[in-house]
Structures are given as C-alpha cells and as structure tokens.
Design a protein around this ligand. Structure first.
Ligand SMILES: [Zn+2]
Ligand SMILES: [Zn+2]
Length: 345
C-alpha cells in the first residue's frame, strides 16, 4: 500500500511524497489521519525558526483526528475502526519530573510531530498509550481541535478559574480564543484584549467582552468594569511586551497570572506589582491526560463551538499553500489539513 506524506523540507517548503507506511510496531497503532490542524508551532517550523530541532525532512503536525486501521502486538485497548485523537507526548518515565507525577513536562519529553514524524500524512504510527477515543457525536473535523482545546483546559485548570471570577485573556488568536471559551465554561466572566479587528469580531460573536488597547485605555476600562478591583485571573497569550505590561497592571490584589504564551525573548516584567498586590504567576505548558478527557467532553457537548474556530480546510496536496495563506491572513483562525482521502468507517 502507498500513501501520501507531507515532508517539511526547510525554507517554507513542503514536498508531498508517496511512501509505503511501516507496519505498527509492538505497542503501536496505525491511524488513518482524517484531519490535522496547523498549530502556531507548525507555523514557526514553516518559517524556519526551528530548523535546528526539526531538520529538513520531517513530517510535522499533531492537532489531529483519525481512525485506527491496524494495531501492533501487545495492543489490546484499541482495534481497527476506533475513532481517536492523539495526545502527542512521550515521557521518559525516569526523570525527577516524571517521578513526581508531572510526565507532561518530562525533562526529556518527546513531542510527536516535532521530535518524530507527525500527522500531516495519510497513515501515522504512534504509541497506543497516547490515544484517546472520541464519542460518536463528535465529527472528525471538530475532533482535530481537541489538542488545542486540551491546552486551553490545562491553562484554565492551572489558573483555577472559579464561577463568577473576572478573567482577562490577553491575545485572541486560536489558543487565546479557546482559553476564553474554556474559562467561560468554568463560569468566568471573560474579557478578551486583542488588536486585530477580525479576531475581536470573533470574540464578540462568541459572547466575550472585548477591549482593543489600540483604541481604549485597557487598564482604565478594566478597573471601571470591575469596580476598581481588577481581574482575578489573567491569561497572557499574546507573547508581546504590551501584553506583559497589561497582565500586571490589570490583575487584582491576589490575582493569578497564567503564562500561556511562548516569549522567545525576555520581556520586561513589573515585578514590583507581585509584591504590592501579592500576585501569583503560574506557568502552563501542554496538557495532562485528564485535560484531553475534558476537552473531548467540551467539544462534543458544544461548549466549544468548533465550527466558529475552524476557518478553513485544505487538501494535503495543498499544504504549502495552506501554510503561506495562514502566515499572511489576519482573518484565518484555525486551518485544517484533510490528510487521508477516504477514512475507513
Ligand atoms: Zn498545537
Ligand atoms: Zn521524564
């Protein structure tokens, strides 16, 4: 059997090649990949920022859904026909973080689809322990959102958002929007701060309050909206210096700040505010198995309106075009690549 696989070749280039997939090894399953979303990290790969880690012949992609087509020896929990998503983390099981129960931030973590070949291909072999089954009422295109929704569920759990709390999400890209939705589902009163007008429009459509700090004084507005209290929980998802300035200024006394964004350079942080307002800063990275269970429930029950977040679907053959389109399009939110032409029922 021959299948298609899209290899990142460096310098904003993908080559879609015809390959013969390996049979799944012991403990592995083979998945017919239905859809795989383009993640912010994948965009960084495309732009060449991660060549040292990725090389120039790698199938990337991890925000996927699909159907099991074969299982390797020793796999008893899954069989052909199971509809699944993959939690793309393989921990070492031996490091101090793993031994203390934090395998998702293992000190030797392998991320499938970056450190190994990923899901932008028709068949993908992964360890069976990374799978989560999805319910029948969850379509495979919507299920491709489970991975980023699991990120959002983890972030909201780390921020311990309680019903009735004022929540600020700084940055309304795909992850920011999903964090806002997950926080709203947890009962938070959510405001999204964003400067891109089309993203502001999406946030409003999804029932969020919005602030455009280019047009209004964000801190003044937040203080007025909260009777001079400030925000109980702030999620920094923008990865920008103005976002960092807003997070400390907008937080209430004893506010919690959750760092979701990847800041590639060291920002300037107003640490005085941590003393003055007894703030807490909480890191949040990837997800634990329970976050996947929560994400699956949230998307299946409509708590996350997946169709509003998915703004396009492209064929695997057009993957290069999909990436170039996404990197220059302010209207795009989440683009899915349809991988296997026909997915076995
Ligand atoms: Zn992702
Ligand atoms: Zn480990």
């Amino acid at each position: 059997m021959k299948v298609k696989a899209a290899y990142y070749k460096g310098n904003k280039h993908f080559s879609v090649e015809t390959i013969t997939p390996n049979a799944p090894e012991a403990g592995e399953v083979q998945i017919a990949v239905a859809y795989c979303g383009i993640c912010g990290t994948d965009l960084h790969v495309y732009l060449g920022h991660m060549d040292a880690r990725i090389g120039n012949h790698r199938v990337i992609g991890h925000e996927m859904s699909g159907t099991v087509v074969a299982v390797g020896s020793g796999v008893s929990d899954y069989s052909a026909g199971d509809r699944v998503v993959v939690r793309p983390l393989v921990a070492c099981g031996k490091c101090p973080a793993c031994l203390r129960g934090h395998a998702h931030v293992c000190q030797n973590l392998t991320f499938l689809g970056l450190d190994t070949d990923g899901a932008f291909q028709e068949r993908w072999n992964v360890p069976a322990h990374t799978l989560h089954k999805i319910p029948d009422n969850l379509s495979l295109d919507e299920a491709a959102l489970i991975e980023p929704v699991a990120v959002a569920c983890h972030d909201v759990k780390r921020g311990n958002v309680q019903a009735g709390e004022d929540v600020l999400v700084i940055g309304g890209g795909p992850i920011g929007m999903l964090v806002a939705l997950a926080a709203k589902n947890a009962g938070g009163k959510v405001t999204v701060s964003e400067i891109n007008p089309s993203r502001l429009a999406v946030a409003e459509k999804l029932g969020m309050k919005t602030i455009n700090p280019k047009e209004t004084d964000a801190v003044e507005t937040i203080m007025a909206d909260t009777n001079n209290k400030g925000m109980d929980v702030v999620f920094e998802v923008s990865g920008t210096q103005p976002g960092i300035d807003l997070m400390t200024a907008a937080a209430s006394v004893r506010g919690r700040i959750v760092m979701v964004a990847i800041h590639a350079t060291k920002p300037e942080v107003d640490v005085f505010q941590f003393f003055w307002k007894e703030l807490e800063m909480i890191g949040a990275r990837v997800y634990e198995p329970a976050d996947y269970d929560d994400a699956i429930a949230l998307v299946a029950d409509g708590g996350i309106p997946a169709k509003e977040i998915i703004t396009g679907v492209e064929a695997l053959a057009n993957i290069e075009h999909a990436f170039s389109d996404l990197s220059g399009n302010p209207q795009a939110m989440k683009i899915l690549i349809q991988c296997a032409e026909e997915t076995p029922a």
